[in-house]
Design a protein around this ligand. Structure first.
Ligand code: NAD
Length: 263
């Protein structure tokens, strides 16, 4: 077992590394990009839509891509590595909520509707982490032997999914469930894997909900604080995970103590 390393040295090393963020065009992913850039990271931002970045930013490269594409993930990570070296951080935020009943007046949910949610939320997450981990594996280690940190975004719906969230909960449950086996497998390369299960955050995903769903969300009363989470709070959690080497193989609820009701 190695000795604990000097934390300020580690922070100095981390500030010179680079990061890849998916879902970087909006909400939680956008906030993560901003926080990482503010800390001196060079960042590749991946999203279907990166309009929010306008003319871009210093140390930021925007890549318009579908996270479910294997070829795009391989190309984007390769270009990132050639530009800045292996990423020290991957944050997977791309996702869709897509609520929908399993049984409807006109028949059952179309199978492609279910597949699409898993394809983006679960396959898209695994797609980027598998390729990023390959680059991290060959990247430089810090004083603690760490080569990379992977932060995936699950959801409290992985544990207390509401009516209409079968697909979403399944997709986020899979993200939660892969955390420990990945941490166990990748630890020997100095790569940590942590998932965040957010409660309800103020992002376009929530603002864009139909009125009925928005009413349900506004009726949720977390014990404290009784408000929506702010994307900056999610980004701060990501940076805390990056800094805290002992966090590994765990799913962290970031939710003010909220428990989703059945409906
Ligand atoms: P958001 O809609 O603001 O951002 C999601 C981003 O993902 C969008 O920019 C979208 O274009 C992108 N995206 C969707 N499909 C994609 C694809 N196939 N390829 C590439 N990019 C794609 O939503 P958000 O609230 O910031 O959500 C971020 C993550 O957090 C999602 O995975 C979501 O499920 C999860 N989450 C959010 C909340 C919340 O309350 N906002 C709660 C729990 C979990």
């Amino acid at each position: 077992m190695r000795q604990s390393s000097n934390i300020s040295d580690e922070k100095a090393q981390q500030s010179s590394v680079s990061a890849v963020v998916t879902g970087a065009g909006s909400g939680l992913g956008y906030a993560c990009c901003q926080s990482l850039l503010a800390r001196g990271y060079r960042v590749t931002a991946v999203d279907l839509n990166l309009d929010a970045w306008g003319d871009g930013a210093e140390n930021l490269v925007c890549e318009a891509a579908d996270v479910a594409s294997a070829a795009d993930a391989e190309r984007i990570l390769q270009e990132h590595a050639e530009r800045w070296g292996a990423p020290g951080v991957l944050v997977n935020c791309a996702g869709v909520a897509a609520p929908g009943a399993t049984l409807r007046p006109d028949g059952p949910m179309a199978l492609d509707e279910f597949r699409r949610v898993l394809e983006i939320n679960t396959v898209g997450t695994f797609n980027y982490l598998r390729v990023a981990a390959r680059h991290m594996q060959g990247g430089p280690a810090d004083a603690d032997g760490q080569r990379g940190v992977i932060v995936n975004t699950s959801s409290v719906a992985a544990f207390d999914g509401m009516v209409g969230q079968a697909a979403y909960s399944a997709s986020k449950g899979a993200v939660a469930a892969m955390t420990l086996p990945l941490a166990r497998e990748l630890g020997k390369y100095g790569i940590r894997v942590v998932a965040i299960a957010p409660g309800v955050f103020s992002t376009p995903m929530v603002h864009g909900m139909k009125e009925k769903a928005r009413d349900i969300v506004s009726a949720l009363r977390p014990p404290f604080p009784d408000r929506l989470g702010h994307p900056d709070e999610f980004a701060a959690m990501v940076l805390s995970i990056v800094d805290q080497h002992l966090l590994n193989g765990v799913v962290i609820r970031l939710d003010g103590g909220i428990r989703l009701p059945p409906r």
